[in-house]
Every structure is written in structure tokens, then in C-alpha cells.
Ligand binder design. Structure first.
Ligand SMILES: Nc1ncnc2c1ncn2[C@@H]1O[C@H](COP(=O)(O)OP(=O)(O)OP(=O)(O)O)[C@@H](O)[C@H]1O
Length: 206
């Protein structure tokens, strides 16, 4: 008999609020390891708020959730320091995550996002897409354990090649027993994903 796929995340009646308003109906959901889930919803429906709560950066209004994998959250903002180079930024992000990747792993992650040629360039000289690639490169570092990635609009500012690099990275992560919950306003090609629709409550949208 096949073993059931392990659960990465469970939500039980979870609701979130901003500015004192509850944003969406109670969510009862689960995400399994090895899967990517596309969190969809209109502007203002509460996707960012929900991801931040799941990342431990905000409080739920009601309900609970249980995450059975380590979490890695990447928000809208790239969180880069203007004076660091691309290579230093990746090493800094690794250190913040408690990782000390070997030089070959850093090179591999830079290559995965087409950044090797830019590795000595300061962040302040990068375009928006190059900044996004730099922030995302940490996803291509070898990880000691499968994780749940919580990615808020990770495809923003990426060109076709950047989208393909991130899709490859997400697919490999799922194949290795990780899980991904991401938002995107556009359909992402070649990324099999289960949809999760967040419906704003009346008065919850802009
Ligand atoms: N600082 C704030 N104070 C009060 N309300 C806020 C604040 N920030 C956001 N909101 C409101 O919370 C709601 C949910 O915002 P959130 O950013 O989670 O939505 P979203 O689904 O991620 O939207 P988008 O698709 O536009 O990124 C919105 O209606 C927004 O107006």
C-alpha cells in the first residue's frame, strides 16, 4: 500500500485581519510535501497578510496553523543591502539563515540565476530584475532539510529566462521533498500547482 504524502502545513479555521478588518473567510487547508500551491486572489484579498502570518511575522485573527517543515519566507521587497555585491548578498542571506555554503554552492546558486557575471557588482548598480534574481538565488543553495517556501510575488520583475530559472528551482525543491506556497498575478508556465483561492470578504478589497 502507498504511504500517504506527508503534510507540510495545516490550517484550521485560520482568518487574518488588517486595520481591524477580517479579510477572508476561515481557511481549512493542508499542503503536502512535494507540492507547489498557487495562492490566488484579487488585489487586497489578503495574500500577503496570510503569507506573513504563516511565516511567523504576523498574528492570526482566529484559528491556528501547524507547519511541519522549516519555513523560508521571501516577501515583495528584496531585502538587499545597496553596498554589498551580488556574491556578498548571497553569502549574507545564507549566514542569516544559519548556513555556511561552500564556495562551489555559492557559484552554483549564482549560475542557476544567471548571476555569475554580476557577482562583483554592488546591488545599487543592478536593475530591478537583477535585484530580484539576487534575492532569489538563496533558493538555489543546497538546504540541509526540505523546507516550506512562502514566496510573495517571486516572479515580479523577472524576464522569461528568470521565470524559467525560478520554475526549475521550485520544481527541484518539490522533487526533493520541499513544498512551496506562492502568489502570482499571472499564470506561471511549466509549474504544476494546485490553486488556493482566497476570496476577500465584502469590504476587504480595495
Ligand atoms: N498597514 C495597513 N493598515 C490597514 N490596512 C492595511 C494595511 N496594509 C494592508 N492593508 C489592507 O489589508 C488588505 C490585505 O492586504 P494584502 O497586502 O494582504 O493583500 P494582497 O492580497 O496581498 O494584495 P495584492 O494582490 O494587492 O498584493 C487590503 O485591503 C489592504 O488595504
Amino acid at each position: 500500500m502507498l504511504e500517504p504524502t506527508p503534510v507540510a502545513l495545516v490550517l484550521r479555521g485560520l482568518r487574518c485581519q488588517r486595520g481591524g478588518r477580517v479579510l477572508f473567510p476561515a481557511q481549512d487547508r493542508s499542503l503536502t510535501t512535494g507540492s507547489a500551491v498557487w495562492l490566488r486572489g484579487t488585489n487586497g484579498s489578503g495574500k500577503t497578510t496570510l503569507l506573513r502570518v504563516l511565516a511567523g511575522l504576523g498574528q492570526a485573527a482566529q484559528g491556528t496553523f501547524e507547519c511541519r517543515l522549516p519555513r523560508l519566507y521571501l516577501g515583495h521587497a528584496n531585502g538587499l543591502k545597496e553596498d554589498l555585491t551580488v556574491g556578498e548578498s548571497l553569502r549574507w542571506a545564507s549566514a542569516l539563515a544559519g548556513l555556511t555554503p561552500a564556495p562551489a554552492a555559492i557559484e552554483g546558486a549564482l549560475s542557476a540565476f544567471g548571476l555569475r557575471r554580476l557577482q562583483h557588482r554592488p546591488v545599487r548598480t543592478l536593475s530591478q530584475g537583477q535585484r530580484r534574481r539576487t534575492a532569489l538565488a538563496r533558493l538555489a543553495l543546497p538546504s540541509p532539510r526540505p523546507a516550506l517556501w512562502l514566496l510573495d510575488e517571486p516572479f515580479d520583475a523577472l524576464d522569461t529566462e528568470g521565470v524559467a530559472a525560478l520554475v526549475t528551482c521550485m520544481r527541484e525543491h518539490c522533487a526533493q521533498g520541499g513544498a512551496v506556497l506562492y502568489t502570482s498575478h499571472l499564470v506561471v508556465p511549466n509549474l504544476p500547482s494546485a490553486p488556493w483561492d482566497l476570496q476577500a470578504l465584502a469590504g476587504g478589497a480595495p
